[in-house]
Ligand binder design. Sequence first.
Ligand SMILES: [Zn+2]
Length: 486
Amino acid sequence: MMLQRSLSLFVAVPMVFLSACSNDSSTPATEGGPAAGSPLAEAWAAHGMEGLHTLTVGGTAWRVRNSFRQTHSASPPWPERDEISNYQRTLDLDAVLSRATGDTFASSMFLDPAVAGTFAQNVTPAQPAWTAQLDFWLTPWGFLKGAEVNGATAGTATVDGVALVTLSWQTPATQVSPAGLQYTVTGYLNEQHLLTRVETRVEDDFMGDLLVANVYDGYHDVAGLQLPSTVEQQRGGGGVFGALLSTATVNPANAGELLTVPAPAAAAPPPPPAAAPAELSEQVAPGVYAINGGYVSLAIEFADYIAVFEAGQSRQRGEQILAEVKRLFPTKPIRYLINTHPHSDHTAGMVPFVREGATIVTEASNVDFLRMALSTPRTLLGEETLAPTFEAASGVYVIEDATRRLELHHLPNLHSEGTLFGLLPRDRLLFQADFTLPVNGAKANPFVVDLANYVVANGLDFDRYLAVHAAAVVQTKADLLAAIGQ
Ligand SMILES: [Zn+2]
């Protein structure tokens, strides 16, 4: 008897599975859903959207270490990831609300060891910017809700040789880019009418019309819902966030609680703003200026041109540096813009220099990603597409004329494999980013140790140790060598 009962249960399982997978595509959507028989109606039914108002999904997740564009290599893949346990995301489809939480740690290439922390990501109607709402609209359920509300149109696309049905919709006229353009979202449906990919573009000062795509795979039945096993969000061609989903609750009773953003802890009063430097630029050698304020940049005069080393942490700062270089050297063209490494805070100021016609000098492994980023159309910003030119530096790359020699040394390290530092041997200056010396007796980080060892091994000589992240005091070669006890 027991055996028989077990057997009958065993047989029943595949039948349940089959019925969950074989959604009848001719089923008309009921009241409130999209028009019957359309690709949207099929997807609506396959995803169990009828009567779905709130939803909680859970599992484990990961995010790219440090953040997008702070990765060890410029180009994807970016294998360094931080795990997020107890990952849970709740959506309110009627209110454009999403809250995701989890346990993780604050990882940083500057922190040792990592510190325990929490992951939280909120989407609310109070923040209507497209970039702030993507993590709602790119979910299968948010996408379909938007498709219904905004009148999606169906089409087809061939992906990897397979013809897929697509659905596309545009944001309302109230939700537009800086150039006044509505954003487009496109979803790709498989033969089961399930979304395998949802993508859009969002404006970015550096990346132009940045493609953001959520990829879904391994749909399986959980609580009567088709739940993707894997989620991956891709930016710049690489995965930046993902989840392995195993649990789902449809219309959870505690959705309101799960969607409530806790009140922030009372923040300490902001520090008083730092006094603006009396002079934006400081001559550090004849014809060599440090441009101070925020991130430090170096303007280096050659006989017929100027080389600018570092472009600043934002487009505004890039424009400020450019204006100051032109004021200092009004008659010479800016031929080169040299980049210490490809992290976002060291590349954001590049755009004004590319417009100015400067050639970007960066370590060879950075070129493909930076070229892709800077060549991407910029229609959402209402700007012309840029035509960046590059010089790929490797080993020791020298810019030299009768008046000056600048050596760019490639020093791959834990922070960034595409790092260059500069040496002006006759001016006795070394210029670097993120090889920040320890203070108050702290231990030097591993890449400062790498630089100190490299300087010793190669007999590099200089007096002043200049930093993009300016130190409070003037630093010297002796301060660098102290990091390795010399
Ligand atoms: Zn960096």
